[in-house]
Design a protein around this ligand. Structure first.
Ligand SMILES: [Zn+2]
Ligand SMILES: [Zn+2]
Length: 306
């Protein structure tokens, strides 16, 4: 979760990452600006109280707290962040982002409705992007970035309950989304594997040597792929469902911030695509897509995970 690390720590880690990955400086600078705005918002968010006994009961039944669209949202903080991010998005996408912002300012469109439509996988976001000539991924990113501190506030309250309920599903206990990254934390003998939700930021413990997407535990069909030059972030790939997930190694390394390592490793996404492993971000709360089928040429080193 963003709130686990003070902004100064994130900024320092970001500078180190830029030195490690010079070709990504422009991209990382952009994400750094988004993260800084999100950090400013975290302190302002209020999502009210969580009914802990009911939430705990749901978790014990293996049910996430609620689908994304039904989670409590601090709309004032979300809207404030959306507008805080607007100059960045306009600098990135130019006039189309300005035109969309204009339609929201004039009341022609509603930001809340746009966010809710995106959360249920509706078509309005794609339609609005097409209307203004915005690149397809920009508006979903902008909406998700704006919503993140609010959803994180819910996740921060639920995380200890998920631990208490010993939640160990392959999907997020808060919003039901598929995991976005995997992480090893702790000393070698006592290290645990955690999964991170890409939507609300919740982190939960999960078994090592098991694919969270399909439950495959056959170590011959689970592979770790990595770049020998930098093993901070690897790819966990499953040959059964052909999905892949980035693994951040906070066991052999120390103090890595998972979502920064994720931003700093697009080469792993290329390797996954080359080999026919799907890493396509799923819409929050949506059922998993069918497995990709085309195995591709190799790239990067590979070993079975035992
Ligand atoms: Zn979640
Ligand atoms: Zn699998």
């Amino acid at each position: 979760m963003l709130r686990e690390h003070p902004w100064e720590e994130v900024a320092r880690a970001l500078e180190l990452l830029k030195r490690r990955r010079p070709p990504l400086v422009d991209l990382l600078t952009f994400h750094g600006q988004v993260l800084e705005a999100q950090h400013q918002t975290i302190a302002e968010v209020n999502v009210g109280d969580l009914a802990a006994p009911e939430a705990l009961e749901r978790l014990r039944q293996g049910l996430p707290l609620a689908p994304p669209v039904a989670l409590p949202v601090d709309w004032a903080a979300t809207e404030a962040l959306f507008w805080r991010l607007a100059p960045l998005m306009q600098a990135r996408a130019g006039a189309p982002a300005g035109a969309l912002a204009g339609s929201l300012k004039s009341g022609e469109r509603s930001l809340v409705e746009l966010v809710q439509d995106w959360l249920v996988g509706g078509e309005e976001v794609a339609r609005a992007s097409a209307t203004y000539g915005l690149q397809e991924a920009l508006l979903p990113f902008w909406l998700q970035a704006s919503l993140r501190p609010s959803l994180e506030a819910v996740a921060a309250r639920l995380e200890p309950l998920a631990e208490e309920a010993e939640w160990s599903r392959g999907f997020c206990p808060v919003c039901g989304s598929a995991p976005a990254t995997s992480e090893h934390r702790g000393q070698e003998t006592t290290a645990h594997r955690y999964l991170h939700c890409g939507l609300c930021g919740c982190r939960w413990r999960f078994r090592r040597g098991e694919c969270p997407f399909c439950g495959n535990r056959d170590h011959h069909r689970l592979t770790l792929v990595y770049d020998e030059a930098d093993k901070r972030c690897k790819l966990e790939a499953c040959h059964a469902c052909r999905r892949a997930l980035k693994l951040i190694d906070n066991k052999d390394f120390f103090g890595l911030i998972p979502w920064l390592e994720d931003l700093g490793s697009p080469h792993l996404e290329l390797i996954a695509a080359e080999r026919g492993f799907s890493m396509a971000p799923t819409r929050p709360g949506e059922p998993e897509p069918g497995p990709a089928v085309t195995p591709g040429p190799s790239g990067g080193r590979e070993r079975g995970e035992g």
